[in-house]
Design a protein. Structure first.
Length: 287
């Protein structure tokens, strides 16, 4: 079955989907994006993702391409046309198409919108989670506004490629104090020897992950002690468990950090429980 994308007002075959060479996303990475999970014919946490999209747009003074109901309709149509039951829907908004010039274009330049969707294999994801994954650590080298979900992801791309070349799935950025900020496309977590769940505060140095927020709520429901504080690489390496979260992976256990095996090298009980129960707490919008 051929895939379909939405590009600036039209549904087009994915293989022919194009944006203009002077789209400011292409020229300057002047845009933002969101990714929502599609699970069992539901969009997961759509409201929160679209709230964060609005915030990212506001922080960069980019106009919303349309109202939320219209955007939700387009997302559903793209998902429907691609027959996605389990997978991801991707939205990207840029400051639009204009002559290449660093200054913002004229106020009547419409923002550009692209929406795509693709299926993923839930069984393959479960299998990967049963083994867990490895992460490497790299020095933090991103700009300070990582709270904005910007399409400018070059440091993330380079860090994740380095991870891949070393047989790992993710790279954890480490700040000057030796604390883990987050992964290239995920938030970072540990479970201490005392059984407390720890993740860095969202105020500085990380994207406020939607999956992160849902996991915090799930942990509260399950009566797990939660500490929102920075943690060092050394603390993570000697933790009882470690894991990463994102809409694209939900909860993925981490079993190795650089050359250090975490605990016994198998996904921990709390990570597994959080993954299993995640959709009991996330907001599900049926398709
Ligand atoms: N941190 C970064 C840098 C990300 O790119 C992402 C997701 O793409 C996340 C964290 C996790 O965010 P969410 O749970 O909203 O997918």
């Amino acid at each position: 079955m051929s895939r379909v994308a939405y590009v600036n007002g039209q549904y087009v075959p994915h293989s022919q989907a194009c944006v203009h060479i002077e789209d400011r996303g292409y020229q300057f990475a002047d845009g933002v994006y969101e990714v929502c999970e599609i699970w069992n014919r539901n969009i997961v946490d759509e409201r929160r993702h679209l709230d964060r999209l609005d915030r990212s747009l506001r922080e960069l003074s980019i106009d919303a391409p349309m109202g939320r109901p219209a955007l939700c309709l387009i997302m559903r149509e793209v998902i429907r046309r691609n027959r996605v039951k389990n997978g991801l829907v991707y939205l990207q908004v840029t400051r639009g198409v204009a002559k290449r010039d660093h200054y913002f274009p004229a106020g009547d330049t419409p923002p550009a919108l692209v929406v795509t969707a693709r299926s993923t294999d839930p069984r393959a994801a479960e299998k990967a989670a049963e083994t867990g994954c490895a992460v490497i650590t790299v020095p933090e080298n991103r700009w300070e506004r990582v709270d904005i979900k910007s399409i400018g992801l070059l440091p993330n791309v380079l860090a994740k490629q380095k991870a891949k070349e070393q047989g790992a799935k993710e790279a954890w950025f480490v700040d000057r104090d030796g604390n883990v900020t987050e992964g290239g496309s995920t938030n970072a977590w540990i479970v201490t020897k005392e059984g407390a769940l720890v993740t860095r505060p969202a105020e500085a140095g990380i994207l406020r992950g939607i999956t992160r927020q849902v996991v915090i709520e799930l942990a509260a429901r399950e009566g797990i002690k939660f500490e929102e504080r920075p943690f060092t690489v050394e603390e993570a390496k000697s933790a009882r468990e470690a894991f990463i979260t994102a809409a694209s992976t939900i909860v993925m256990p981490v079993v190795r950090i650089d050359d250090t095996v975490v605990a016994n090298g198998y996904p921990g009980a709390i990570s597994r429980m959080l993954r299993e129960k995640f959709h009991e707490v996330s907001e599900l919008e049926s398709l």
